[in-house]
Write a protein that binds this ligand. Structure first.
Ligand code: ATP
Ligand code: MG
Length: 398
């Protein structure tokens, strides 16, 4: 049975003792079928939200009303969260806000879910309920809308992006032609979505195992141009060919390297994410296996190791676009290198009876420039000697 694939089902059984009608739904069922670890335990139930709250509280379970208006509560059992949502039926929609009503009909709830592979449910007897052929579609790596693609996207345009999120993860071969056609006819609906939702879906697409195939189709149907300007899927392909870390932001930068300056704004990325994009965009000095140890130490003094490693993947993607031993050795060298520290403080200089007063900062800066020029090799004594020499020269020329 599928339930035996769960690492630990004691919490679930405790929940089922209180809510026997509840079933696992959505991603958790999909993950169980695929035999991969389940990351979120989402359940649906025919019980009304107030009843769910009452029953769980009476059973001594900690409950958080996380989305009561949508019929969702979160039960915490054995430290694990379980999201429980009352079955819903769409009454009407204006493309963004669905008006929902509770229902006790599982098929109705399944019909309002987006894709066949997301519309299955699993009950406490380990019986899998598959309303729209999701088992077969999952086995065939097919992402297919429940119902008519065009109508489902008109109801909620985010589904166009979700289609590609799941295609990037589970798809194989050509994505569903009806869905692609429907999306290509509805691109203007995408522009009405919030930047945050677009960004969140795009970043998920970017970490999908077949991101390049998916993005190529998104480009062909005209969708990609609605999300980011001047995309370069080929550059992303080269980054993947280098076997760079599977990291969404790195991939986003490769995709958008030709025009990334307004990207953070456009996608409403966090300040930390924008900082990283800026660091990726700074290509001085040019990293690569040809760098001398002096160059490398200088770069390491000016930038943190994670940033340098990230940049090295991007540079390798643009310069070579393939796995390469030389670049691996280069990154190894980078990692072995201790962070250089300028070996002289103002106190050292004072102790040596040197340069008191406001000029001190300027002198130290000059000393650091020289030390950097020398590949961060001179020690404190050598730096001090350099400062003494230059200060004497300055005094003579006064
Ligand atoms: P993931 O592993 O990425 O979390 P998931 O299937 O759990 O995948 P969620 O976004 O967490 O995806 O949504 C949970 C479930 O809710 C989906 O499986 C689907 O059944 C339903 N769902 C979510 N968003 C929509 C939507 N916009 N339209 C229809 N159904 C949706
Ligand atoms: Mg989920």
């Amino acid at each position: 049975g599928l339930l035996s694939r769960l690492k630990d089902r004691r919490g679930l059984d405790e929940l089922w003792a209180l809510l026997p009608e509840a079933r696992l739904v959505g991603g958790s069922v999909r993950d169980l079928l695929r035999g991969v670890p389940v990351h979120d335990l989402d359940l649906a139930t025919s019980d009304a939200p107030e009843d769910v709250l009452k029953i769980l509280k009476a059973g001594g379970v900690k409950v958080i009303p996380t989305g009561l208006a949508h019929g969702t509560v979160t039960a915490v059992i054995r430290g694990e969260p379980y999201e429980i949502t009352t079955l819903r039926r769409d009454e009407e929609t204006d493309g963004r806000h669905a008006v929902v009503a509770w229902t006790t009909d599982w098929a109705e709830d399944a019909a309002r879910r987006d894709f066949t592979i997301n519309a299955m449910s699993l009950d406490r007897h380990d019986v899998l309920h598959d309303y729209f052929g999701g088992i077969q579609d999952l086995a065939d790596h097919r992402v297919r809308f429940v119902g008519e693609a065009g109508r489902r996207i008109d109801e909620d345009a985010l589904r166009a992006l979700r289609f590609f999120r799941f295609d990037a993860r589970y798809g194989h071969g050509e994505p569903d032609a009806e869905a692609c056609h429907a999306i290509s006819k509805r691109l203007e609906l995408i522009d009405a979505l919030s930047a945050e939702r677009i960004a969140s879906e795009l970043l998920r697409i970017l970490t999908g195992p077949r991101v390049v195939e998916t993005l190529s189709v998104m480009k062909d149907v005209g969708l990609l141009a609605h999300l980011v300007p001047a995309s370069d899927v080929h550059a992303l392909r080269r980054l993947l060919a280098c076997q760079a870390p599977e990291e969404a932001l790195l991939r986003l930068f490769a995709l958008c390297h030709a025009d990334w300056s307004g990207l953070g704004e456009r996608l409403k990325l966090s300040n930390a994410e924008r900082d990283r994009l800026r660091q990726f965009g700074d290509n001085t000095p040019t990293l690569g296996p040809a760098m001398s140890d002096d160059d490398l130490r200088r770069a390491r003094f000016q930038q943190s190791l994670p940033v340098l490693l990230d940049r090295s993947w991007l540079t390798q993607a643009f310069a070579l676009g393939a796995r390469d031993k030389g670049w691996d050795v280069f990154r190894e060298r980078l990692q072995q290198l201790p962070q250089p520290v300028f070996p002289l403080t103002g106190q050292d200089a004072k102790d040596a009876g040197l340069l008191p007063g406001p000029a001190m900062g300027a002198w130290l800066k000059a000393g650091q420039s020289w030390w950097l020029k020398e590949g961060c090799r001179p020690d404190g004594k050598a730096c001090l000697a350099y400062l003494v020499k230059t200060s004497e020269m300055a005094r003579k020329s006064d």
